[in-house]
Design a protein around this ligand. Structure first.
Ligand SMILES: [Zn+2]
Ligand SMILES: [Zn+2]
Length: 164
């Protein structure tokens, strides 16, 4: 795994570290976004980043995350709805870019705490659902108490009152 022919990347990583104040140094996703961990960033802009899940639960399995560290979905409020919507858009775009045309056969959602291993907010983007194995179907199951779809989360946030 560890090849040492990318000294160029190392200096880039150190540079971007100084700019990113939404950085949690204990967080593995922050490290991926800052290119401290060797993982291919499929998308990276100021707001949103995307990379592959290291344990894919479907032929296509992407993680869409805010570039700045944001806590898990339980910590979100109504003001985060535009961010979540952008994450969903990015997820769908990534699937289309990779040849997934049947958007009825996809799953987009979040693990509900305490069922997420990383606290950095991340949207699971899986496709095709029809090719998911048994364990993945359980792990990313609709209407379970450990997994919430992006639509359900947006609905839930929208129904919160402004002050809570
Ligand atoms: Zn993070
Ligand atoms: Zn998760």
């Amino acid at each position: 795994m560890a090849t040492s022919d990318n000294t160029e990347n190392v200096s880039v990583a150190q540079n971007s570290l100084c700019h990113n104040d939404g950085y949690d140094k204990k967080c593995i996703f922050c490290k991926i976004i800052n290119r401290e961990i060797d993982s291919e960033l499929l998308h990276n802009d100021e707001e949103i980043s995307c990379f592959r899940d290291i344990k894919p639960g479907a032929p296509h399995h992407y993680l869409v995350v805010p570039t700045r560290h944001v806590g898990n979905c339980k910590s979100l409020r109504k003001e985060h709805v535009p961010l979540v919507e952008k994450m969903v858009e990015m997820g769908k775009m990534m699937l289309e870019k990779n040849g997934i045309t049947d958007l009825d056969d996809i799953r987009l959602g979040f693990h509900w705490p305490p069922f997420c291993s990383v606290t950095h907010l991340h949207l699971h983007v899986l496709a095709p659902v029809s090719q998911m194995g048994l364990m993945s179907r359980v792990f990313y199951r609709l209407d379970s108490y450990w997994f919430i779809t992006a639509d359900q989360l947006i609905q839930r946030l929208n129904s919160q009152s402004e002050t809570s």
